[in-house]
Design a protein around this ligand. Structure first.
Ligand code: ADP
Length: 262
């Protein structure tokens, strides 16, 4: 006779070979203190490979600090971060930012104003032969839906939305596996914001890049991401798909925060 049903081993919840449950980024009890201020108070988060996660919450809740820890610009005070199963921060190891296969786009795009658009993008193409760079710049510009003829222009000759596409092209030049977007649309006016957000979401989906978007804009988070993480005062109040988070907020504060999203 075999073991009784209650003694059978539990079924594997997430077999490593199943791509649908392949966790790309894993955060475990991540905290961050600046002096005596606890900015992150124990963050657990799992992001699926190729998925899009929005971290949304009010200003000062710790979103940028969390993104900077994922990027490797800051170390957590305690807790662990792993990428594709490899410990990149915490007691088990440290992998510096430039070795994490990450692209980063900041709110203002952070383009070099004195360089042309093409030179801005080529700045991130140091790893390919000089003779191929021009062609690769044109490929990247086409990828982000920018006319390659704009390569000769300076950033200030482009609209805000176009500048953010240049920033994205530059961040994609390294062919990162993970793209981190810190409020990339918030400096754009409303019409441009929606169009740019749609274009960028499409580009990243096509490229199959795992994406994390930080925003204070609830509607943006709900429409951009397949996983929404609500940040409040250094904690994640709720993590789930946008429909569930919107229709079944975990608590009253989350409901109120999401209340004016649509
Ligand atoms: P958010 O992105 O949600 O607006 P931040 O992560 O930028 O939040 O900031 C959270 C808190 O951490 C704020 O009170 C901010 O002043 C503080 N903070 C962020 N970075 C630093 C730093 N380098 N040194 C000291 N305090 C910081």
């Amino acid at each position: 006779t075999g073991p009784s049903p209650s003694r059978l081993p539990a079924p594997a919840v997430s077999p490593a070979i199943d791509p649908s449950t392949d966790s790309h980024l894993f955060l475990e009890a991540v905290t961050k203190n600046f002096g005596s201020q606890a900015v992150l108070k124990g963050i657990d988060l799992s992001v699926t490979r190729g998925g899009t996660t929005a971290i949304v919450g009010p200003s000062g809740s710790g979103k940028t600090t969390l993104l900077r820890i994922i990027a490797g610009f800051e170390a957590p005070t305690t807790g662990r971060v792993s990428l594709s199963g490899e410990a990149v921060a915490g007691p088990d190891g440290w992998v510096p930012a430039h070795k994490r296969s990450i692209g980063y786009v900041a709110q203002d795009g952070a383009l070099f104003p004195h360089l042309t658009v093409g030179q801005n993008i080529a700045f991130s193409l140091g790893h390919i032969p000089r003779a191929r760079r021009k062609e690769r710049v044109a490929e990247l510009m086409t990828m982000v839906r920018l006319d390659p003829d704009y390569a000769k222009r300076r950033p200030h000759q482009l609209s805000g939305g176009q500048q953010q596409r240049v920033a994205l092209a530059r961040a994609l030049a390294h062919e990162p596996q993970l793209m981190l977007l810190d409020e990339p649309f918030s400096a754009l006016d409303a019409g441009l914001r929606v169009a740019t957000r749609r274009a960028i979401a499409e580009v990243l989906k096509e490229a199959g890049v795992t994406t994390i978007l930080v925003t204070h804009d609830q509607a943006e988070a709900l429409s951009f991401a397949d996983q929404v993480a609500i940040m409040r005062d250094g904690n994640l109040a709720q993590v789930g798909n946008p429909f569930v988070v919107y229709t079944r907020p975990a608590d009253r504060a989350t409901a109120e925060f999401l209340g004016d999203a649509v």
